[in-house]
Design a protein around this ligand. Structure first.
Ligand code: TYM
Length: 409
């Protein structure tokens, strides 16, 4: 049993909109402030914990290497039961990683890369198996797409994900529409969750209303079930109860708050989580980068020219309106989208510090900063495209075939 035997109470009142007007659900993220979501308030509202410097040091000790810049810079900022996962590792006991993607567009965008880049790092650093859920069923229920279309998008997105460099021997990717017919154990765990969550709890957790389809109301149990290792009998065994760690942005937390409420009541480990903040829309931090709004996003299929145009035209600037004023007053990096994007993807700490100092003081102009980002992203996206070209339909089939993975017990 997980370190936390007690069931967590899932709220039966609406908690998706904070008193500051921040909305965070798996399907809608918005803030009224130009600085974006107030994450301190969100942590308090959701009941998770901020990742402390001590915890980062403990991770570094366990893995014997420095943590990824996304963790060091506070982009992965919050967690549930990460200590329990570290204790497993320290005791030489296994755990696995679980993450996912809802295939709503042909190509993923830069925001979607964040959890996958980080998960890849976790997989390498901890040397653990990973399961990746493609929720084609979710996108069928929520979007104006046919079942066939969502299944096709799932395969396309699987290629983007594989291009992030996951190890075939340690990674199983599955689409719900396909996998449900292949694993009775997965379906059994879905029903185990469904039986233990009331409509009232689902309304409180997700903001469902009476006019939502019953498909939507049932869907959270399908995202919950991969948190239980027995959903993958060919990897972990039918009666297994191996703890899992879920990296994701904090919008997915409601699914797992619900799962964590159910788990102890059915004798299973609660999933642990590590959450990231949102990669902002080009227009600014009030909303997250979203595939449904084309102009808000840079896609992994964008050409160098499209990347240049989008950043030049749309990236919200925290600098001054003229070069003269910028030299005199400097910029506000907190709200400047170009600087924020560099913070997510520019790994060189020293250089980033220097850029921040020069842009804040006015030594660096907005156009110059944008040029640094454009060149960096053009190269990064081109590299991903190059790797994706090598991912064939056969490679996807290999990753999606139910099979044993290599892990130590
Ligand atoms: P989806 O497809 O909306 O997002 C995939 C992953 O990307 C994260 N994400 C972001 N991260 C940073 N900045 C953004 N702007 C941004 N937009 C999305 C999401 O939090 C997610 O981690 N229902 C899920 C699919 C899913 C899943 C999971 C995700 C199934 N099981 C387990 C995480 C963990 C979805 O539609 O994700």
């Amino acid at each position: 049993m997980a370190s936390n035997g007690q069931a967590e109470k899932v709220a039966e009142v609406e908690e998706n909109v904070g008193d500051n007007g921040d909305t965070v659900t798996p399907w809608d993220v918005q803030s009224k402030s130009d600085k974006g979501i107030d994450y301190d308030k969100l942590i308090e509202r959701f009941g998770c914990q901020r990742i402390s410097d001590d915890l980062i040091q403990r991770i570094e000790k366990v893995i014997g290497q420095p943590v990824h810049p996304l963790l060091k810079r506070g982009i992965f900022f919050s967690h549930r039961d990460l200590e329990f996962i570290l204790a497993q590792k320290e005791a030489g006991k296994p755990f696995y990683l679980y993450t996912g993607r809802g295939p709503s567009s042909e190509s993923m965008h830069l925001g979607h890369l964040i959890p996958f880049v980080f998960t890849k790092w976790l997989q390498d650093a901890f040397d653990v198996p990973l399961v990746i859920q493609l929720t084609d069923d979710e996108k069928f229920l929520w979007k104006n797409l046919t079942i066939k279309e969502t299944m096709k998008l799932a395969k396309e997105n699987a290629k983007d994900i594989i291009a992030c460099g996951f190890d075939l021997n340690k990674t199983f990717i599955f689409s719900n529409f396909r996998y449900i017919g292949q694993s009775p154990e997965f379906y059994q765990n879905i029903q185990l969750v469904a039986k233990n969550v009331t409509f009232n709890q689902a309304k409180g957790c997700f903001g469902f209303t009476e006019s939502d389809s019953i498909g939507k109301i049932h869907f959270p149990s399908i995202e919950a079930a991969p948190s239980f290792s027995s959903s993958f009998p060919f990897i972990f065994g039918e009666d297994s109860n191996i703890p899992c760690l879920i990296p994701c942005a904090i919008d997915q937390d409601p699914f797992f708050r619900m799962t964590r409420d159910v788990a102890p009541r059915v004798g299973l480990h609660k999933p642990a989580l590590i959450h990231s903040v949102f990669f902002p829309a080009l227009q600014g931090a009030q909303s997250k980068m979203s595939a449904s709004d084309e102009t808000s996003a840079i896609f992994l299929t964008d050409t160098p020219e499209q990347i240049r145009t989008k950043i030049t035209k749309y990236a919200f600037s925290g600098g001054q309106s003229t070069a003269e004023a910028q030299r005199e007053k400097g910029a506000n990096c907190e709200i400047d989208v170009t600087y924020q994007y560099l913070r997510f993807f520019y790994d060189d700490d020293e250089k980033l510090q220097e850029i921040k100092k020069d842009y804040t003081s006015g030594k660096l102009l907005t156009g110059e900063l944008k040029k640094i980002l454009i060149e960096h992203l053009q190269k990064m996206v081109a590299d991903i495209q190059e790797r994706r070209k090598k991912v064939t339909d056969e490679t996807v089939d290999e990753f999606m075939k139910p099979r044993p993975l290599s892990y130590k017990y």
